[in-house]
Write a protein that binds this ligand. Structure first.
Ligand SMILES: NC(=O)C1=CN([C@@H]2O[C@H](COP(=O)(O)OP(=O)(O)OC[C@H]3O[C@@H](n4cnc5c(N)ncnc54)[C@H](OP(=O)(O)O)[C@@H]3O)[C@@H](O)[C@H]2O)C=CC1
Ligand SMILES: O=C(O)C1=N[C@H](C(=O)O)C[C@H](O)C1
Length: 265
């Protein structure tokens, strides 16, 4: 298989450090640099917990110019992830973006830029295969049970709410069901937010607690019955087979793919 040259942004983070291991363990992947907002000019091996000798750049344009990567893996923050994705496309580098917290407008803008540049990009709100199946099964169930609420649960260091997965699940369900108001037509929130966020009538509830990693339950209700579709990630390794799949596939497409469900059979 042809070697794929990779830059990782956010390599010191919870996801980024797993991605460094993945790239190092994969024979046809080669880590050429990392992008950070500190440690300019150092090597990654100078930092605690890493033994990989690649340069750290704080200037992403300079990084792309000097290392000519094929792919950027971005695992940073919503604001930075969006900037990095744009810069990757402008530099002819294919982005694989796990960073969540992008708005519909952000996605539309990135879609337009990808089409203009004619290179592949993948934005995957969740890389775990089980989570992709949870979303697909939920979309299937929504054809038969239209009343649904999403309860996503994450660690308390998460910046965005609802989670990218929660939002993507709501989008996938909304694509197959008639928009409807759920609950009693006259219901009143005594405390603001009690009924959760509202995406086209689908309620989304975000739990943030220490001890959690990434969990989601999609709960459907019908006459005298409920259906619960649940996924749990117990560690960040759970996401890495999806990152590998995304890197391999981003080399084969020339458009923006939003969600790994679009590239798994
Ligand atoms: N798609 C998926 O399957 C998954 C997606 N995620 C998403 O991935 C993202 C990262 O999550 P997680 O690893 O938990 O977060 P972390 O906070 O652990 O990691 C983010 C990293 O990005 C670094 N960073 C901040 N600003 C910059 C910058 N300007 N340039 C380069 N690096 C920067 C941070 O550095 P510092 O700490 O110094 O600020 C940190 O090392 C989140 O958006 C999360 O929602 C998470 C899990 C799975
Ligand atoms: O921040 C996280 O941890 C996660 N973020 C993604 C999301 O927002 O859906 C994916 C996963 O749930 C873990």
């Amino acid at each position: 298989m042809k070697e794929i040259k990779i830059v990782i942004a956010g390599a010191r983070g919870r996801m980024g450090s797993e991605a460094v291991k993945l790239v190092e363990e994969t024979t046809h992947f080669s880590l050429v640099a990392v992008v950070d907002h500190k440690h300019e000019g150092k090597s990654l091996k100078d930092l605690d917990g890493f033994d990989v000798d690649v340069p750290i750049y704080t200037d992403i344009d300079k990084c792309f110019f000097e290392t000519s990567p094929d792919v950027l893996i971005d695992l940073t923050t919503p604001e930075i992830g969006k900037i990095h994705t744009k810069k990757a496309l402008l530099n002819g580098v294919r982005p694989v973006v796990g960073t969540t917290g992008f708005s519909e407008d952000d996605l539309a803008e990135l879609q337009e830029l990808t089409t203009e540049k004619g290179i592949g990009a993948i934005i995957a709100p969740n890389f775990a295969i089980g989570a992709i199946l949870m979303m697909k099964f939920s979309q299937m169930a929504a054809k038969y049970l239209q009343d649904v609420e999403i309860i996503e649960q994450h660690h308390d260091q998460k910046l965005d709410a609802p989670s990218g997965t929660g939002l993507k699940t709501a989008e996938m369900i909304a694509a197959v069901r008639e928009e409807k108001q759920q609950g009693h037509p006259d219901e009143k929130e005594i405390l603001t937010g009690a009924r959760g966020a509202n995406y086209k009538g689908i309620r989304l509830h975000s739990v943030r607690l220490p001890g959690l990693i990434a969990h989601q339950e999609v709960m459907f209700g019908g006459d005298g019955q409920t259906l619960k579709i649940r996924h749990d990630s117990y560690n960040r390794a759970s996401f890495m087979s999806g990152v590998k799949l995304a890197v391999e596939n981003v080399m084969k497409v020339d458009l923006l793919v939003y969600g790994l469900e679009n590239i798994i059979e």
